[in-house]
Unconditional design. Structure first.
Length: 224
């Protein structure tokens, strides 16, 4: 059975992705920072902790076929009011987390000749930028750059690397948004659902998506 690690799988988009992949027969290894009913617990901003926990899981259960890098944080503020800690925490989690999680995973995947799948969750903010999210936009744009470069490195091994860039999705992260005002900026006049993002990820991890790599796929109701 193909093993897939889904980070940030305790709620929201990550939980929907994990459930979709389980329903499709994958062996899903779930992660969260607080281990809320998930298989692995580590802080994606902590490089040594990532390496220790992931190495131990691979040693015990074998390499992963796929990785869905979903875990992340946001800490919004207009740039003049942005605190050093807000910049550092978001970049260390959302961008450094890409490196911290994937670094111990890639070589076992290569050594086992697994034609694997890597999907990183970026954001509309990383594609077009967003007011009050300079830190988040920078991190998510960095993820896109990392995806494109890593995809080139791994293409000859049959490992695909893609980014998914959601728009406004119905999760806890939108609870403080002016809902009706935001919907006016979305041509479809509604927010997306976590299950819709999960369906896209499901395709990207499938065998049928073996020729699709180095892409950023936006799912945002037509916002751009």
């Amino acid at each position: 059975m193909k093993r897939i690690l889904v980070t940030g799988a305790s709620r929201g988009i990550g939980k929907a992705i994990a459930q979709r992949l389980k329903d499709e027969g994958y062996e899903v290894v779930t992660h969260s920072f607080k281990s809320e009913g998930t298989d692995l617990k580590f802080d994606i901003a902590n490089r040594e902790e990532c390496r220790r926990v992931i190495d131990a899981d691979i040693a015990a259960n074998g390499p992963y076929y796929g990785v869905v890098l979903n875990a992340g944080i946001a800490s919004d503020n207009p740039f003049p009011a942005l605190e050093d800690e807000q910049w550092d925490n978001v970049l260390r989690t959302d961008l450094d987390g890409f490196y911290n999680v994937l670094k111990p995973i890639i070589m076992p995947m290569i050594s086992s000749r697994i034609k694997g799948r890597i999907i990183a969750l970026s954001s509309i903010s990383g594609v077009v930028g967003n007011r009050g999210q300079v830190n988040y936009s920078a991190a998510k744009a960095g993820v896109i750059g990392a995806v494109k470069a890593l995809a080139v490195e791994l293409a000859k091994r049959g490992i695909t690397v893609n980014a998914v860039a959601p728009g406004v999705i119905e999760t806890d992260m939108i609870k403080d948004m002016p809902v009706e005002e935001v919907k006016k900026a979305i041509p479809m006049r509604r927010f997306g659902k976590s299950e819709e993002v999960a369906a896209l990820v499901s395709y990207l991890v499938s065998e049928e998506a073996g020729y699709l790599t180095r892409q950023v796929i936006s799912i945002n109701g037509g916002m751009f």
